[in-house]
Design a protein. Structure first.
Length: 449
């Protein structure tokens, strides 16, 4: 038997070590202005989503369950008056940011909501540290790079049924916290290893409380990983590329070069997308198409005058969001029929369109019956088209080339700020929204987050 036949024997590829060294050494001065700006956008977007999400019934259930186990501590949590332990705070913040499925999504080879787990873990990590906004942003970017690159190195990871926000988010949160608390390269290897061995989250739980729970657990587990690594609690130095490592057991195929290729030159956070609609990102092209088609209705016509709508989307949209009769607001976020119909009728796709009451609307059910949805391999994931047959011989046709919020059609800073205001208002909390927003845009210059 060859020595390297042993499952955990070294392959000598150094990928985990090289990625960890980059994450450990990244400083604010290394970040191009565009990366700093995008990180601020990510922080603002996540904080707004967490404010709105903090009032969700799912979070009330989480708080009740955590309270029974003992959760008191010094850490403030977004949208809550009580304070929590650092681990509990990371869990609650992480789930609050993702529960509405309104948070950012990286689509460059992975489908990943990176900010909820990474930023939630960092808030707990920095709680007893002297505040430094630049250090915070650098750690956020470090974790983002690690999470996305691990996903790109495991191309079939999503196809295997894993929810990447839970799996990759854990690893990214570990790397981010390792950077913030000043771990060296070897300890950051340990943090990534401890994070990877906790990585979990199954797509089967879409539409349930567990889907957003994945983001909370990723934050909590990543935070724990970094602080264990601080004590030299060890993890494999080849946890990512090893024969029994993450990329090999979580994916049937590997592209290990993506772990380190272009480090410090190609910044994955620049490929991050922001959501104008509160549902799965693969639905957004369809929502754009249906809203635009609705805007083309001749004067006096309404949804009842639609005889048939032929909606074409990338097949992934149907595969991921093919729920036909959503029974809850959370499940409606994964129903392309619901999303298409309500977008056409309301000309919107915000929080109220995916609420607990919206999924039961009779007008939505009526229009869904008239929409034919088909996958088209010629359409990219950010594209969709719809053809309408209307009464009186009228017709309409719309083709969406790039959905709003994607890299090719990004939301502006003003749109990010407007979304934040709407989410903050939706929370019903008595807060100074303008002051919060100003502080977040200037996070690298502030004395406290």
């Amino acid at each position: 038997m060859q020595h390297n036949d042993y499952g955990a024997a070294s392959l000598g590829l150094h990928a985990t070590k090289d990625l960890a060294a980059f994450a450990a050494g990244l400083c604010f001065k290394d970040l191009p202005p565009s990366v700093v700006h995008q990180a601020k956008r990510g922080l603002i977007d996540w904080h707004g989503c967490a404010l709105a999400g903090s009032r969700h019934l799912t979070i009330r259930k989480l708080l009740a369950g955590v309270a029974e186990l003992g959760d008191r501590g010094p850490v403030a949590v977004v949208g809550q008056t009580r304070r929590f332990s650092r681990l509990a705070a990371a869990l609650i913040n992480g789930q609050s940011g993702h529960v509405l499925d309104f948070d950012d999504t990286h689509m460059g080879g992975v489908i990943l909501h990176a900010s909820s787990p990474i930023l939630s873990a960092l808030i707990s990590a920095c709680w007893d540290q002297p505040w430094n906004g630049r250090r915070f942003l650098a750690a956020y970017v470090a974790g983002f790079e690690v999470a996305v690159r691990v996903g790109q190195a495991a191309p079939a990871h999503h196809d295997g049924g894993w929810h990447l926000t839970g799996t990759l988010g854990t690893i990214g949160a570990a790397a981010a916290c390792a950077n913030f608390i000043g771990l060296n390269a070897e300890q950051t290897v340990f943090a990534i290893g401890i994070g990877a061995t906790q990585a979990a989250g199954m797509q089967q739980n879409r539409g349930t409380s567990c889907k957003s729970f994945h983001a909370g657990k990723a934050a909590q587990n990543g935070l724990l990983a970094a602080f264990l690594a601080k004590q030299n609690f060890s993890g494999s130095p080849e946890i990512l590329e090893g024969k029994k490592g993450f990329t090999r057991i979580y994916s049937q195929t590997q592209d290990l070069d993506r772990l380190v290729d272009g480090l410090g030159q190609r910044w994955e956070i620049l490929a991050n997308g922001f959501k104008p609609y509160a549902c799965g990102v693969v639905l957004h092209p369809a929502i754009d198409a249906m809203i635009q088609a609705s805007m083309q209705l001749p004067s006096g016509l309404r949804w009842q005058d639609v005889q048939q709508a032929r909606l074409r989307v990338n097949p992934a949209a149907i595969r991921i969001t093919g729920v036909q009769k959503p029974g809850t607001g959370l499940m409606s976020k994964f129903s392309i029929g619901h999303a298409a119909a309500i977008a056409f009728i309301d000309r919107a796709g915000g929080l109220s369109q995916f609420s607990e009451s919206a999924h039961a609307r009779t007008d939505i059910a009526g229009l869904v019956e008239r929409i034919q949805i088909a996958g088209d391999d010629n359409l990219a994931r950010d594209q969709a088209s719809v053809e309408l047959d209307l009464v009186g011989g009228h017709a309409a046709h719309v083709k969406v080339e790039h959905a709003i919020g994607t890299v090719a059609n990004p939301m502006s800073d003003n749109e990010i700020s407007k979304k934040y205001r709407l989410n903050a208002q939706a929370s019903g909390l008595k807060i100074d929204i303008s002051k919060n927003l100003k502080n977040l845009w200037m996070v690298d210059q502030k004395s406290r987050l």
